[in-house]
Design a protein around this ligand. Structure first.
Ligand SMILES: Cc1cc2nc3c(=O)[nH]c(=O)nc-3n(C[C@H](O)[C@H](O)[C@H](O)COP(=O)(O)OP(=O)(O)OC[C@H]3O[C@@H](n4cnc5c(N)ncnc54)[C@H](O)[C@@H]3O)c2cc1C
Length: 529
């Protein structure tokens, strides 16, 4: 090549690069516009609101479900719609879908493998479950209508057992079973699922090689994830080593243990046998064998409220006593009247996804009741990031809705610790607003503690007003005479259903103001506080 060719290539390259940079910057603007459009019309608004048995479903959820149904209906009908063919295909499709349901015994573990939240994975698991049941029903109707169906054939008997177990599984999907007795629901669900697989295996004809292959793939996947989970569990809890198991120290941290209306919070400190790195927003599943007579069969998820940039050797949990194992914990803690109790414990995890927060200028964390457990580690991380100058965040606002003041008193040491850490350059980024629905207050608004940075207000939090104030950015100090672009606002929620829906509507109206919302892994059943 001659020098002139090099010159032509270099000059052409520069021009093309400039055009590319221009196109890319245009595309990045377009991406933001598309993301706002998609959020406003698809992922934020509900098409089906919250009902007792169903919902809430956003437009996006409904679209995904429709696409999923359409794909299955297409496979069912293509290339012809003969009843016998469609019936056979429905059976095969049901089996293929079933593989997803047997991806693992512990939903949190599989959700982690897929990198999605537990809530999203549960939703998918439920949708696939309904699809399997629907397709199996089509298969059964087609088979019964065919002349060949007789009960003297053992394969048909197993078909009936399979369909019956699917029926039981569908019934168990109803929330009332889960809420009434979670452990019974879980074990019944697992037994019915195993029975269903066994029945399908016995139902399949010997020549159905591809169907048997699907069954083996499902079983193989299940065994693989189970083994991975068991090995992780053994390692995490040092089961066959001399290090000793983790131990859980249970302490009652409520104000007055005889107060019937109080929330009776418990703090659990889990001393680990191996240090563990836990990201904000992650949770562990805790198993405590000596708490009740069948507590060894149960494992319960709890958010890790402690946070450190490195590994932790003790994890802190903040627990609301309910009716089962958590009520037993409360009984033990009460029995000691102020004394902590220690139990052998096993953990799995940490599970769950963590939301990136460092790029937001303002982060508003909204919690109700025990939902504060999910936001405390984010507060710690944000303040650490500000002190270490490793994040862009310049304002953090905790908004906490409470029924009674006793929870605030229990959490006060944690909050004071946060306020103490937040003192870089004699400034501060953390503000705390606690909204109290009931309780004696001399004024509508008063300081909580000895400083102005935490206030306690009477009534319900005015969500639209709070979000608007943060968008205005009045609390962020800016250099005078310097035109500075306002940064993005992130609103994180661990709220009761009603407040969360209200927040979602508010954020949806402000998407163009660069406000985003993220729902954390734990959303408290606020009405049951
Ligand atoms: C990801 C996640 C994080 C959580 N973090 C916290 C936390 O930090 N602090 C806190 O107080 N609570 C938290 N919870 C809720 C907590 O797990 C339940 O309150 C606890 O398991 C109830 O135990 P119990 O035996 O006393 O329940 P029960 O009185 O038998 O049931 C009360 C309610 O808890 C549900 N529940 C029971 N067992 C389980 C289980 N193993 N898994 C899921 N739900 C169950 C039931 O469906 C029912 O609605 C979290 C839940 C999830 C899903």
């Amino acid at each position: 090549m001659e020098t002139t060719d090099f010159y032509a290539i270099a000059a052409g390259g520069i021009v093309v690069s400039l055009i590319l940079v221009r196109v890319l910057s245009y595309l990045s603007h377009l991406t933001t516009a598309v993301s706002v459009f998609v959020s406003k019309h698809l992922t934020y608004p509900y098409l089906i609101r919250r009902h007792r048995l169903l919902g809430p479903w956003t437009h996006f959820d409904v679209l995904c479900h429709l696409v999923y149904v359409a794909a299955n209906v297409f496979c069912l009908c293509y290339p012809n719609l003969l009843a016998s063919d469609a019936g056979r295909r429905a059976g095969v499709l049901s089996l293929v879908n079933m593989i997803f349901l047997f991806a693992g015994v512990h939903l949190s573990f599989v959700a982690d493998l897929l990198g999605i939240s537990l809530q999203r994975y549960r939703g998918s698991h439920r949708a696939v479950g309904w699809m399997v049941a629907g397709l199996a029903a089509v298969h059964a109707v087609a088979a019964v209508n065919s002349a060949a169906f007789t009960l003297s054939d053992s394969r048909n008997l197993f078909a009936i057992i399979g369909i019956a177990s699917l029926g039981v599984l569908s019934l168990l999907f109803l929330p009332c079973f889960r809420q009434f007795a979670y452990e019974i629901f879980l074990r019944a669900h697992q037994v019915a699922a195993c029975l269903c697989v066994y029945a399908v295996w016995r139902h399949l004809p010997l020549g159905a090689t591809s169907c048997r292959l699907y069954l083996y793939i499902g079983t193989g996947t299940f065994l693989l994830t189970c083994s991975m989970q068991v090995l992780t569990f053994i390692y995490r809890n040092s089961v066959f080593t001399r290090r000793g198991h983790p131990r859980a120290l249970v302490t009652y941290v409520g104000a007055d243990s005889n107060d019937k209306s109080g929330a009776k919070p418990i703090k659990v400190s889990v001393a680990l046998s191996r240090p563990l790195r836990v990201h904000p927003g992650q949770y562990i599943s805790l198993r405590m064998s000596a708490v009740g007579w069948w507590s060894w069969t149960q494992s319960h998820p709890f958010m890790v409220t402690s946070w450190s940039q490195g590994e932790q050797s003790t994890l802190e949990l903040f627990v609301q006593p309910r009716r089962g194992l958590t009520a037993d914990l409360l009984r033990h803690a009460h029995a000691g009247s102020g004394v902590s109790f220690s139990f052998p414990a096993f953990i799995s995890g940490p599970h769950g996804v963590t939301a990136p927060v460092a790029q937001y200028e303002t982060v508003v964390l909204m919690a109700s009741g025990f939902g504060v457990a999910a936001v405390i580690p984010y507060l710690k991380q944000l303040i650490h990031g500000y002190n270490a100058r490793s994040s862009r965040t310049r304002r953090v606002h905790l908004v906490w809705q409470l029924r009674t003041p006793d929870l605030a008193v229990a959490v006060q040491p944690w909050l004071n610790g946060l306020l103490k850490d937040d003192v870089l350059d004699n400034g501060y980024i953390l503000a705390i607003s606690i909204y109290l629905e009931s309780g004696d207050m001399p004024t509508d608004r008063m300081p909580f503690g000895k400083h102005e940075r935490a206030v306690i207000c009477r009534g319900l939090a005015d969500i639209p007003k709070i979000v608007q104030t943060e968008i205005d950015g009045g609390y962020i100090e800016r250099l005078p005479d310097v035109q500075e672009e306002r940064g993005e606002v992130l609103v994180m929620a661990s709220l009761s259903n009603e407040l969360r829906d209200r927040l979602r509507d508010t954020v949806r109206n402000h998407l163009r103001d660069r406000v985003r919302m993220t729902e954390l892994e734990f959303q408290p059943g606020y009405n049951e506080n």
